[in-house]
Design a protein around this ligand. Sequence first.
Ligand code: F6R
Length: 251
Amino acid sequence: MELVICDTPEEIASLAADRIEALIQAKPNAVLGTATGSSPLPLYDELARRCDEGRISFAGVTGFMLDEYVGLEEKHPERYANFMETNLRSRIDMPKGALQGPDALNVDPQAACREYEEKMAQAGYCDLQILGIGSDGHIGFNEPGGSLQSRTHLGVLTEQTRSDNARFFNDDIDAVPTHCITQGLYTIMQARQLLLIATGENKAKAIAQLIEGPISAAWPATIMQMHPEAVVFVDPAAASLLEHAGPEGWK
Ligand code: F6R
């Protein structure tokens, strides 16, 4: 796994955007996996800027979202489909409908999970999957204790994740959904490249486990140690509990 420690979120955004630009140059019809939450927002700003400048075109790119809350009404701004439309899809030249997410409005969530996994399999899974990490070590919404080989499934959010995400719901933990549909760890691991972004001290323990801990369902992101093409971008605060990282990062 490649670890890159950057001074600022803007530097992370720029280096991460370089990887996505290189992918799309090599493969204009690339399949991109997108994450929600605050960590990738500077990257999405940078991708939108490069698209405006004519440096990258997403016209042929399609995408799959990592996950979606269950139980939010269709127009809710924190529904990940709406979040991704606002923060990325509508700001780039990706055609409407080209970025898909799990159908958490389906009355049969299990069927929605099966359909989503099938769609991803048919597309050959993602060329590059963007990831954030939860303070409890989740990627997607694969919470501690789940299978390391899971496919897209209906999941239950931990109290820790709901408390972390309450900031998006006027600090009201009761407004944060309890359930989600998420790509599984197997699903995420099918991507040809994984690109994870983590900033801030709140992520330091999870990053230390991800990079230096044993592979374990207790810290689901650690499965990434098995991936041949994974890069982790962190700031000094997120890197602060690593034992072996020097200032240049660790490879
Ligand atoms: C979002 C997702 C989550 C977040 C993680 C970190 O689609 O799947 O794994 O990436 O919860 O969230 P932030 O970036 O808000 O700290």
